[in-house]
Design a protein around this ligand. Structure first.
Ligand code: ARG
Length: 578
């Protein structure tokens, strides 16, 4: 992989600057490939050398770059040195480039890009990722879908980097909504419907009873009675709630499976009713629980202790809040898992909530609070299906599959498939994911089915299509290849561009691991697909000299392997035919 090149360039710099090679290695980076012009392979920015004190400051950057470049010499690895804009650029031996990249991909397989010196010293440990976390009987809105795919991506990434990852789904499975749901179910619930279409039925009951409760004190009372019984641990009530919960989880699991998502633990707010009371006692003991005039309990978060900023932690009637339960849950997870990092994935409207959560934990004296992180994301506007507003995740997946099936049926290039529905589903999911991961996570975006499912441009369909095409090439050519790989046959500009791009994979993964923004990887894979299509059009495999055919074949094979592993990290299942 790029290691050999980076090391060799860093060693040259080290000789001149006296800085240890190891320190210089991360400053050598592969140059992003441009479709318009050929580029050199690596660069070192003079500013980064200055910032790290490898270079004494003095005359201007450009002349420093020039002086430094004049002291460097070409060797077996580096064949050209040039001064760029504030950088020194390096071209490496072309035959070595092809050999090193191809060998690394075939040797490292799915570890290519991760098994890299850039990740040396990367701290590994136990990481909790909490994501998806829908509310039973309520809508599964676009925010829950975003949390699901973003959380899954973060969990995949952390796992690939060698962490022990625990995926938690923290359900909204408690609160007054269950009072209403229970009261409603007693009035017009149907055991049959609960068996055949549970999520829909619970949602319908909930909507209906909410409507009725608006003008009926009886219903409101019944709901309160139901919830009181539930909190009091009444057996019959509890078993009804349990049934709602477990049936809902069963349904969720089926749908998560379609998305390729799984959880290690279905937790939920219900588990922290009692523990929240313990948190209140603890806060009280520590003298941190303040009473307001209105009778609520709060924790003072103001810098001067004047209650100008506070977090509400208990209601007047002594019941706990969303925040209280989260405090209890965090403490419990620390006890249970002894995590090194915990990541919560929700929309940005919960930023204040998590800020307060972390501040309360810190004030309580938990020094592990800094291991907790909230990854917020922006809102999706206008996600609708033909049935109307999105109520269930299943509707979105069905719509994506249906539309994709229609597009595939209308396309001339579509292959005969064993299970078109399954392919349409995988391509549809890829489309949803790429649309969502294209921009910065914090940005809002407008949802548009036609744009999501376009076959060209930066879409999931394009990635899947490219992957399928590369796989089909492998299927048709595999038998013809008998010769050894010879790097001399990968010297066309289209091949060099692909190799240069493949060289950058570890840097991109490193960047993603730092800021957890999937867009870097999406951009990378889209560019990889573009370069692969160009190469595919020009660098024919069939009917060529055996050695040339083999070299090209292996280049496409390596490309499809990197494309596939990048897609899998994002949560996409690559298709081999479409
Ligand atoms: N169920 C919540 C909602 O739908 C999200 C839970 C997020 N996680 C947490 N620990 N508070 O808004």
């Amino acid at each position: 992989m790029a290691c050999l090149f980076r090391r060799s360039i860093a060693a040259q710099l080290s000789r001149i600057l006296g800085t240890p090679t190891e320190k210089l290695i991360p400053m050598v980076s592969a140059v992003p490939v441009s479709k318009k012009q050929q580029t050199l392979d690596f660069r070192v920015s003079v500013n980064s050398l200055l910032a790290d004190d490898c270079l004494k400051s003095g005359s201007n950057v450009q002349s420093r770059a020039k002086t430094l470049s004049e002291q460097l010499t070409c060797d077996d690895v580096v064949t050209e040195i040039a001064v760029g804009q504030g950088t020194i650029n390096f071209k490496v031996n072309r035959s070595l480039l092809a050999e090193v990249v191809m060998q690394a991909i075939s040797k490292k397989g799915s570890k290519y890009g991760i098994d890299s010196e850039l990740f040396r010293g990367y701290p590994c440990g136990r990481v909790i990722v909490e994501f998806s976390s829908p509310n039973i009987a309520k809508k599964f809105h676009a925010g829950h879908l975003r949390s699901t795919i973003i959380g899954n991506f973060i969990a995949n990434l952390k796992q690939a980097l060698g962490n022990d990852v625990i995926r938690i789904n923290y359900l909204g499975d408690w609160g007054m909504q269950f009072g209403l749901l229970g009261a409603g179910f007693q009035l017009f619930g149907s055991e049959v419907k609960l068996k055949t279409n549970p999520l829909q039925h619970l949602f319908d009951v909930y909507v209906e009873v909410n409507k009725m409760a608006e003008n009926s004190e009886d219903i409101q009372k019944a709901a309160q009675v139901f919830f009181k019984k539930l909190e009091g641990g009444d057996e019959q009530t509890l078993s009804m709630w349990e049934q709602f919960r477990s049936i809902s989880i069963e349904e969720y699991e089926k749908i998560y499976q379609r998305l390729g998502v799984h959880f290690d633990d279905y937790s939920g707010e219900s588990m922290y009713q009692e523990k929240a009371q313990e948190v209140l006692c603890l806060l009280d003991q520590k003298g941190l629980l303040k009473k307001t005039k209105q009778g609520t309990g709060v924790v003072d978060l103001s810098p001067n202790g004047d209650l100008s900023v506070y977090a509400k932690i208990v209601r007047c009637d002594g019941t706990s809040l969303y925040l209280t339960r989260d405090v209890a849950a965090a403490i419990d997870r620390m006890k249970k898992y002894d995590f090194d990092q915990m990541i919560y994935v929700t929309d940005k409207e919960q930023c204040t909530h998590f800020q307060q959560l972390f501040e309360v934990l810190k004030i309580m004296g938990y020094n592990w609070t800094e291991r907790c992180q909230h990854v917020p994301f922006g809102l999706v506007k206008g996600m609708k299906t033909r049935k109307g507003d999105v109520v269930f995740l299943e509707d979105v997946l069905n719509e994506a599959r249906l539309r994709m099936l229609q597009n595939m049926a209308a396309s001339k290039t579509t292959k005969e498939l064993e299970d078109p529905e399954d392919t349409a589903e995988k391509v549809g999911v890829a489309a949803l994911i790429i649309q969502d991961f294209k921009g910065p996570l914090l940005s809002d975006y407008e949802f548009d089915w036609d744009r999501v499912l376009q076959s060209q441009g930066d879409t999931g369909v394009f990635l899947q299509y490219t992957h399928a095409r590369l796989c089909s090439l492998q299927r048709t050519c595999e038998d013809d290849l008998q010769t050894q790989f010879n790097p001399a046959y990968l010297q066309d500009p289209q091949a060099i561009a692909l190799l240069q791009h493949l060289l950058r994979y570890d840097e991109v993964l490193h960047q993603v691991s730092e800021d957890l923004q999937p867009k870097h990887l999406v951009n990378y894979l889209v560019m990889l697909s573009r370069l692969a299509s160009i190469a595919h059009r020009t660098l024919h495999v069939k009917g060529n000299l055996p050695q040339r055919a083999t070299a090209r074949f292996l280049l496409f094979k390596g490309t499809s392997s990197v494309l596939a592993s990048g897609m899998k990290l994002l949560g996409i299942t690559p298709v081999e035919k479409m």
